[in-house]
Design a protein around this ligand. Structure first.
Ligand SMILES: [Zn+2]
Length: 398
């Protein structure tokens, strides 16, 4: 027999306990592990919601609740705008086996009228809502994660082979501020792998070319150009304003300087390096895992390591490693997944063998060890050589 809306509501009221806004506030204050479900539409949620509430619009309730609240015994408080939608939602939850569900009388309007505190999320522009819509669908990103990406300040060392894909993907993902350190100009021989740059920009500073490409992709990205050579004199000053450092440099003096500066400032260093057909990447998070010097305490002697120009590199390889660096950076910003801290991923592209090695922090490390011997930044001499090392870690190429 068909039921009227009034009958449905009466039934729901008989089955679902209701709680006043004061009761809800008191419960949230004293109980742990209560799932607070906001069943309003996304737009309503964004304009203001109870602190700690999970957004689960009524239309997605049945589809998503089991991933949002996996344990059926979890106490749930559901609320909506005025108390009607949440009552019907709570009844559905009971039918799905959630035993301990209440609906908040009067909804968010009553909460606000009572002068109780609430949170307003970041307001996205209509363009941002569309641009990042595929991120919003992922629970690991969502609107809170996207807000973190937009607020993130990331420094890239080098706008070369590694820095190109990293910068493109970080900008596309919505990272708000990208600092780029590179003192070089675009050269024809770079274009085989450095996909930020184009033929018509040969001779242009790489940081300027990078800015043009990134702003064309996403007009509101803030690109901070540091068109200077990194040295012990400017590293601390440049690094201090950024959250995460991405090392895509092509030489040992810079690699050691980046490592040491990151340890001194306690900033994560997302490392990548390539050699001919081999690449590797890791995350050096000071004191949470090893640093680069835990693996290689001192640079190789001058003449022992070839540069990119001398050793050659397959054009697509930095793309692979740079994408891993972009991915690890995004995971660090979001706090999602398991970062490559204490692990190094190696790619051999000719055999397409990938392996991940565990790395340990060395208590005797001269930089991050228990009794560090390096206490100030060092400018190593530029060195190049022709003898190929046996491990890509001992190379410098980007
Ligand atoms: Zn170390």
């Amino acid at each position: 027999m068909a039921k009227t809306f009034k009958e449905i509501m009466e039934e729901a009221r008989r089955e679902v306990p209701e709680a006043s806004v004061e009761d809800v506030r008191a419960r949230l204050g004293r109980e742990r592990g209560v799932a607070l479900l906001d069943v309003r539409e996304k737009e309503e949620f964004r304009e203001g919601h109870l602190d700690g509430a999970l957004s689960l619009p009524r239309g997605f309730l049945e589809i998503r609740v089991e991933e949002t609240v996996p344990e059926k015994g979890t106490p749930i408080i559901a609320y909506c705008g005025g108390g009607t939608r949440s009552l019907i939602a709570a009844r559905t939850l009971k039918e799905m086996g959630y035993a301990n569900v209440v609906s908040m009388t009067g909804g968010f309007s009553a909460w606000k009228s009572a002068g109780l505190p609430f949170t307003t999320d970041r307001q996205f522009t209509p363009e941002q809502l569309t641009r990042y819509s595929r991120h919003f669908m992922l629970p690991e990103v969502g609107e809170a994660g996207q807000a973190k990406l937009l607020d993130a300040k990331i420094l890239l060392l080098g706008a070369g082979g590694l820095g190109s894909p990293t910068a493109l993907y970080l900008a596309a993902a919505g990272v708000g501020t990208l600092g780029i350190v590179d003192h070089d100009v675009v050269d024809l021989s770079n274009l085989q792998r450095q996909i930020l740059h184009t033929n018509d920009r040969i001779g242009m500073p790489k940081v300027e070319s990078a800015r043009l490409t990134l702003e064309a992709l996403k007009p509101d990205v803030r690109v901070v150009a540091h068109a200077e050579r990194l040295s012990s004199a400017n590293a601390l000053q440049i690094f201090k304003d950024y959250d995460i450092i991405v090392d895509g440099c092509d030489n040992f003096p810079t690699r050691y300087l980046v490592n040491d500066t990151c340890v001194m400032l306690d900033k994560p260093n997302v490392h990548g390096s390539i050699f001919q057909f081999e690449g590797m990447a890791s995350v050096f998070a000071p004191h949470r895992g090893p640093c680069y010097r835990c693996l290689y305490p001192e640079p190789p002697p001058p003449g022992a390591a070839p540069s990119c120009a001398e050793a050659g590199v397959l054009g697509v390889l930095p793309g692979l490693v740079g994408c891993v660096q972009a991915l690890e950076t995004i995971k660090l910003i979001l706090g999602a997944g398991r970062p490559l801290i204490g692990r190094m991923i190696y790619f051999d592209t000719l055999s397409m063998e990938v392996r991940i090695n565990r790395l340990q922090r060395d208590p005797a490390c001269p930089m991050c060890g228990d009794y560090p011997t390096i206490t100030k930044l060092i400018d190593y001499e530029e060195f190049c050589g022709l003898r190929a090392p046996t491990n890509p870690a001992a190379t410098a190429a980007a």
